[in-house]
Design a protein around this ligand. Structure first.
Ligand code: C2E
Ligand code: MG
Ligand code: MG
Ligand code: MG
Length: 299
């Protein structure tokens, strides 16, 4: 009985594996085609700067509309849009929008991230150069791009052809993309930094947050991962971590941006702790047009 059950379990497992493998092969083929047919587009999510507060921040009454509450909290018109993060979208002819979480890992394994990543950089700089405001544009880089292409040359070329000032471009990298070849990565990022481009450490706090990396890499900004925002209102630990990261940022002269701000309560806490850079659904979802994203709550 047990044996039969186990055999059935194994068969079921194998069938599932076959199905997963088939889907995977199909996706790789389609991804390759998508890169040729330009089925990709960039959506932009705004990054805002809050006024710094010295006094404790009073929460607006519950149930207040987000825009009204944010105004009550921050003062009308005082927070400003400073940039937009470019987030890649795959507009699949049949499946609709496919999430980057689904296809970026595949693109990395297959090397397709190199042409796709170059396309992202090119499109982001071209589109940002045409915006009415001179916001910075933040582009996500994959570890593979840092390790396998001449990043400084690519960035210089893309800036030159788009006409975007280097100071308006920011590159986001994660801690995991650094660990592979630290020396090479550092050299590439320093060369990019020398062009005037800023570097942000993305998803901070989820990977190998080595203090040595913070000290030796030319980071302009740390993006505190949104997992810390989730329970910031209820967890003393998350709040302590936020405070520690803000202190660290101040002493190392690295700016700190909080990712994943969704509620007024989170915003109030951030303002109280002195975190002045935010990004999240409260301010705006990723949108195709930057103008459309301007109807945000607090900016
Ligand atoms: P990320 O760089 O950390 O980007 C932030 C992600 O959090 C985005 O997901 C964004 O839509 C989502 N987000 C923003 N605000 C909130 C919020 O308030 N609440 C919640 N729950 N989520 C929020 P998205 O667009 O699905 O991207 C996922 C990841 O895919 C990105 O994480 C980034 O690592 C990667 N990615 C996206 N575009 C590119 C790209 O062009 N190149 C590379 N290499 N990776 C990319
Ligand atoms: Mg990012
Ligand atoms: Mg992030
Ligand atoms: Mg992320």
């Amino acid at each position: 009985r047990a044996k039969a059950d186990m055999r059935r379990g194994v068969c079921y497992y194998e069938a599932e594996m076959d199905e997963a493998a088939r889907l995977r092969r199909e996706l790789i083929l389609e991804l390759r085609r998508a890169a040729e047919r330009e089925e990709f587009e960039l959506h932009y999510q705004l990054q805002a700067e809050l006024p710094t507060r010295s006094a404790p921040v009073a929460l607006p009454p519950p149930g207040e509309a987000p825009a009204v509450a944010a105004e009550a909290l921050l003062g009308a018109g005082t927070s400003t849009i400073v940039g937009y993060e470019a987030l890649l979208r795959w507009r699949h002819p049949v499946r609709g929008y496919v999430s980057p979480a689904e296809f970026i890992p595949l693109a990395e394994e297959t090397g397709l991230i190199l042409p796709i990543g170059a396309w992202v950089l090119r499109a982001a700089c071209r589109e940002a150069a045409a915006w009415r405001g001179s916001y910075r544009v933040a582009v996500n880089l994959s570890a593979v791009q840092i390790a396998h292409c001449d990043l400084p040359a690519l960035v210089a070329e893309v800036l030159a052809e788009s006409g975007l000032p280097a100071t308006r471009l920011e590159l986001e990298i994660t801690e995991t993309s650094i660990i592979e070849d630290k020396a090479r990565c550092l050299a590439a990022l320093e060369a990019v930094r020398a062009l005037g481009v800023t570097i942000a450490l993305d998803d901070f706090g989820t990977g190998y947050s080595s203090l040595d990396t913070l000290r030796s890499f030319p980071f302009h900004r740390i993006k505190l991962d949104r997992t810390f925002m989730r329970d910031i209102a209820t967890s003393a630990e998350s709040r302590a971590i936020l405070r520690a990261v803000l202190t660290l940022g101040r002493s190392l002269d690295i700016r700190v941006l909080a990712e994943g701000v969704e509620t007024i309560e989170q915003l109030a806490l951030l303002a109280e702790e002195g975190c002045s850079e935010v990004q999240g659904f409260l301010f705006g979802r990723p949108e195709r047009q930057v103008e459309a994203a301007c109807g945000c709550a607090a900016a």
